[in-house]
Design a protein around this ligand. Structure first.
Ligand code: WTA
Length: 635
């Protein structure tokens, strides 16, 4: 793709106006010029936010992997597509060219076919950040199977829930994974999960840590011998524009995780176009996003967006602290990384370790820095700007969600003047709105409200797997004819947006979305626990950490509270994963409740955040007397 870089603010406004004045024309032009179609569309867009139903490029036929691979072979066959940087810096970097990636994807696709995977089947991928992960996504897409990647930090229980929800028949995993100095026995987690997943007939196992593992006869197979035998030729299955490409689970405020469904054409166009413009990607750049492919950021901005542009995308297996806190900067220097995209929590963690780790490295290749996943605080923003970009590489603070598929609010580097903590302006084609408490749109600047989107964009999720009603209830019912994001935001005097955080019971810890309900369910499984409430509180590295208020069944619980705390966190680790562990657990005799029996989390959040000056009116509570007791015993 070429020639559609936005170069200055005036140009941004021009293109933006065009994109919202006639969105169909605008996106059609992009679809025409920059992608490979087997058949063009009949209709660019049809939509109804009431149903809700959104279709882009209906009637078109394509395969996304032909756009990410085949069409680059003639001009970029020897160019590095994936630059794999292993956990251990002593192990060699791998440069996988477009031709090699094409062959590996075909081989993998042929293996999936030979295992009986067909178009529309769901395949669960539970892999560490090794090349097979990217290859397996593309292999599914090649044959029209729907991938469902589960982040390899989730527990057996969380994995089983996701496998069953989308009825996956095949699981792709590895014998284990490296994380800094540790190795993790991934296959064991899969084995445990599959005890509860009778529908899974096949497990394909990649070799990574060369450990002895259990292989179940008739179900588990080593991947490599199958790949060795498979052909590197293969035609891509022709798909409809609105066929599902993947399912990716995200936490909701209540209930089970939501399997967001993304469809092929719209997602492809949106991730490719945003990638090109938000990172100002140019042909010989080396782009690096530090996310894990298990999250949407990795799907859109490690795999699909970069590859659709013929870019070189870095995949890093390890962690920022191994072998030392200079690892990120070592990689930037080694590969002359030009665009670097990470999360505020990583910036804060590295800033804490001091600039010596940065100063040893030459970071002059960097042209654009990005952040995603949670609000970035002013201090972290300046640290990033001063020490990493040396005030020469603009920071793009990109706001978006699993549900949106791609970046929604962001500066365009070198065009939009940045402002710390502000995601600034809507991306091309995006029409945000702020809503007040009476469900009215707040017009004009200097506004503070709930962030919605008024008009469809190609990258939006189309439904929740198996539960369209929940999709409607969660995103399209709070405000008429609007997509509701669940975030609050303010708009300053020039129209810049600043995201203020979730307005529901989702808490973002180290950039990961966690719903309070499943954590409370896990805590309540402890036999000594009667009831619990989880809230977030500010944490200087994680952004938010989790605070649990727990009522025990017997007030005279004889066991040591510290032991109970450990046991509760152990259950959370088993049920969800270590990322959901509670930093603080306060045992209490009561939880503040409304007369209808709902826990008043607002009060608990304030106490957890040590801000008890203004708790609001507590007199309407069913049990106002418990509030003082909780304050007196707060941790
Ligand atoms: C939050 C990640 C402030 C927000 C791509 C959103 C942000 C949730 C930003 C989605 C940002 C993401 N500034 N908050 N730049 N980016 N968020 O689904 O609350 O993992 O709703 O998608 O992260 O998280 P998700």
């Amino acid at each position: 793709m070429s020639n559609y870089h936005i170069k200055h603010l005036e140009e941004y406004f021009q293109v933006y106006r065009k994109s919202v004045r006639n969105p169909e024309n605008f996106w059609e032009e992009i679809a025409e010029e920059h992608f490979l179609w087997r058949k063009k569309w009949d209709t660019v867009l049809s939509w109804d936010f009431k149903k809700p139903e959104v279709k882009w490029f209906e009637g078109a036929k394509l395969n996304i992997t032909e756009n990410c691979l085949d069409r680059h072979l003639a001009t970029r066959g020897d160019k590095t597509a994936i630059l794999f940087e292993p956990n251990d810096p002593k192990e060699d970097t791998q440069h996988i060219t477009y031709t090699q990636l094409y062959q590996r994807v075909n081989k993998f696709a042929n293996v999936l076919k030979s295992q009986g995977v067909e178009k529309g089947d769901r395949v669960c991928i539970y892999l560490p950040m090794i090349p097979e992960l990217a290859v397996s996504l593309l292999a599914c897409a090649r044959i029209g199977a729907i991938h469902s990647v589960v982040f390899a930090g989730f527990s057996a229980n969380a994995l089983a829930t996701r496998i069953n929800d989308s009825d996956c028949k095949v699981v792709i995993t590895s014998d284990g994974s490296y994380r800094g100095a540790k190795t993790i026995d991934l296959k064991k987690i899969v084995d445990d999960a599959l005890e509860d997943c009778p529908g899974v007939k096949t497990v394909l196992v990649a070799k990574r840590i060369q450990s002895e593992i259990n292989m179940k006869d008739g179900r588990d197979q080593w991947l490599q011998p199958l790949l060795d035998e498979a052909s590197e030729e293969g035609t891509a299955t022709v798909m409809d524009a609105e066929d599902p490409l993947f399912i990716l689970y995200t936490s909701g405020s209540t209930g089970t995780p939501k399997g967001m469904v993304h469809t092929i054409a719209g997602y492809m166009i949106y991730t490719a176009y945003t990638f090109k413009n938000v990172f100002q990607y140019r042909e010989n750049d080396v782009y690096w996003c530090t996310a894990d492919i298990g999250w949407i950021t990795g799907h859109s901005y490690i795999v699909y967006g970069p590859l659709a542009n013929g870019a070189t995308t870095v995949m890093f297996e390890g962690v920022p602290s191994y072998p030392d806190y200079g690892r990120f900067w070592d990689i930037v220097e080694k590969h002359k990384v030009t665009q670097f995209y990470t999360a505020p929590t990583a910036i804060r963690a590295l800033a804490k370790e001091g600039v010596e780790h940065v100063e040893q490295h030459d970071l002059s290749s960097l042209k654009v820095l990005g952040t995603v996943g949670e609000p970035i605080n002013e201090e972290a923003w300046h640290w990033y700007d001063d020490n990493i970009g040396k005030k020469n590489a603009p920071i793009v603070d990109t706001w978006w969600q699993t549900e949106t598929g791609g970046i929604m609010i962001t500066p365009i580097p070198y065009a939009t003047p940045t402002k710390p903590t502000y995601a600034t302006l809507p991306f091309i084609g995006i029409q945000p709105a702020l809503m007040d408490e009476n469900a009215q749109e707040i017009k004009g600047n200097q506004a503070d409200g709930r962030l919605c989107i008024k008009f469809p964009w190609p990258g939006m999720a189309r439904t929740i797997w198996g539960n369209h009603q929940r999709y409607k209830d969660t995103y399209f019912s709070a405000y008429e004819n609007m997509y509701f994001s669940g975030d609050g935001a303010l708009r300053d005097e020039v129209g810049y947006y600043r995201i203020t955080g979730r307005v529901d019971d989702v808490i973002i810890v180290s950039g990961h979305n966690l719903g309070t309900a499943p954590i409370e369910d896990a805590v309540n499984e402890h036999p000594a626990v009667a009831e619990s409430a989880i809230v977030g509180f500010p944490h200087d590295v994680k952004g938010n950490a989790l605070y649990g208020y727990v009522i025990l069944k017997e007030t005279g619980e004889s066991r040591k509270h510290d032991n109970l705390r450990k046991e509760i966190n152990q259950i959370i680790t088993e049920q969800i994963g270590p990322i959901a562990k509670l930093d603080k657990i306060q045992f209490t005799n009561g939880l503040p409740k409304t007369r209808s029996g709902k826990i008043m989390r607002r009060i608990l959040r304030k106490i957890a955040g040590k801000d008890t000056s203004n708790l609001g009116d507590t007199s309407t509570l069913l049990n106002p007397e418990c509030v003082q007791d909780i304050i007196d015993n707060a941790l």
